[in-house]
Design a protein around this ligand. Structure first.
Ligand code: OSB
Ligand code: MG
Length: 371
């Protein structure tokens, strides 16, 4: 396959409802889209980098810079036997996994469309519907939190995740357990604690949580291993897992019992499949994370989620929780049984992108063609 032309776009979409994590509150989402053209076909990818460097050190602007100056020249006009060969070809650029990921993922979509196959098939998945969980941000009060959980539980989501931070943790979990009994429940700290908080975090052991996601520093493995020895709740790593090598270190040192896979954080699908396979070899389940993606990124996440070791509900909820309207039509929706079907409107991602909605949300664009 050969990418003849790459287009980069910066978009902004208002969120239906603000989203608050331990690192702050967002009212809108800035994100990059990459479009690649080759052999008369088009592929799309969505970059998970955010406007600010709070979840990760990358931002929409660093990704724009690195893609346009350094990654696109390594891909555009170059022949690849398979999209799995792209990530290794970018190795000269250190880090910047979100920038690498969107280019690689767009190329997989292009490859799938060139071969007239759904994306899940070229990724090695099954195309089955995906069990869906919901991620609920920090609210202004515990009463509001209970209201939000009720709305999402009634919608049918198979598990609830709440964001926690110091001052919004044990009490919040206790309120939910009191109001809803034994629903499948987990928490995500987005790195808001330190190992000195181990005794406090052990108080969560009383609430039968599925897991605690990324309690400690964003780039830490060793302290998580120490924490896991002190608490019964399974630790799940998100931010810390930026490569298959680090995933294997985490598995071998007991730093986690579950891993959250986001291809946008790992440099793309090929590295995500390596993490998925390493976890399977260690008997560790994975689930698919989310980054408030539009329907384009959400569709990509659904295809990857049909690999066999994605055995826990993912953060892949219905479009209407985030963007109204979404940039795809029809939007991603939840079935009454709490699953989301994989889009199948044609090969590749299987979604129909509404060009006029993209245009309306686009702040800037740039084109790189092979010379
Ligand atoms: O830590 O999983 C996270 C959103 C933005 C940045 C990081 C995270 C999240 C979420 C939301 O938890 C998941 C979603 O619904 O897309
Ligand atoms: Mg997380």
């Amino acid at each position: 396959m050969r990418v003849e032309r790459l287009e980069l776009r910066l978009l902004r979409l208002p969120l239906v409802r603000h989203f608050e994590t331990s690192f702050g509150r967002s009212y809108d989402r800035h994100f990059l889209l990459v479009r690649v053209d080759g052999g008369g076909h088009t592929g799309w990818g969505e970059c998970v980098a955010e406007h600010n460097p709070y979840y990760s050190s990358e931002t929409t602007e660093t990704a724009w810079h690195v893609i346009s100056e350094f990654l696109a020249p390594l891909v555009v006009g170059v022949d690849f036997a398979h999209p799995r060969d792209i990530f290794p070809a970018l190795a000269r650029v250190r880090g910047h996994f979100m920038a690498k990921g969107v280019v690689e993922m767009a190329a997989w979509d292009l490859y799938a469309r060139q071969h007239q196959q759904p994306l899940w098939q070229v990724l090695g998945g099954t195309g089955r519907p995906v069990a869906s969980g919901v991620s609920i941000g920090i609210q202004d009060s515990l009463d509001e939190l209970v209201d939000r959980v009720r709305i999402e539980r009634d919608a049918g989501y198979q598990r609830v995740k709440i964001k926690i931070k110091p001052g919004w943790d044990v009490d919040a979990v206790e309120r939910i357990r009191g109001a809803f009994g034994g629903i499948p429940l987990m928490v995500d700290a987005n790195a808001a604690y330190s190992l000195a908080d181990a005794a406090h975090l052990a108080r969560l052991d009383a609430y039968d949580l599925m897991m605690i996601e990324q309690p400690l520093d964003y780039d830490d493995i060793a302290d998580h291993a120490a924490l896991q020895r002190q608490i019964a709740t399974p630790v799940c790593l998100d931010e810390s897992i930026t490569s298959a090598r680090l995933a294997i270190q985490a598995l071998e040192t007991g730093a986690c019992r579950i891993i959250n896979i986001k291809p946008g954080r790992l440099g793309g699908f090929a590295e995500s499949i390596r993490v998925h396979d390493a976890c399977a070899a260690h008997g560790v389940p994975v689930w698919h994370g989310g980054m408030l993606e539009s329907g384009i990124g959400r569709a990509a996440n659904l295809h990857l989620s049909t690999l066999p070791n994605f055995s826990l509900p993912g953060d892949i909820a219905a479009s209407r929780r985030y963007y109204e309207p979404d940039v795809i039509d029809p939007p991603i929706d939840l079935l009454p049984d709490g699953t989301v079907p994989v889009p199948s409107d044609g090969p590749g991602l299987g979604v129909r992108i509404v060009e006029s909605r993209l245009e309306q949300a686009t702040l800037r664009r740039m084109e790189i063609a092979s010379s």
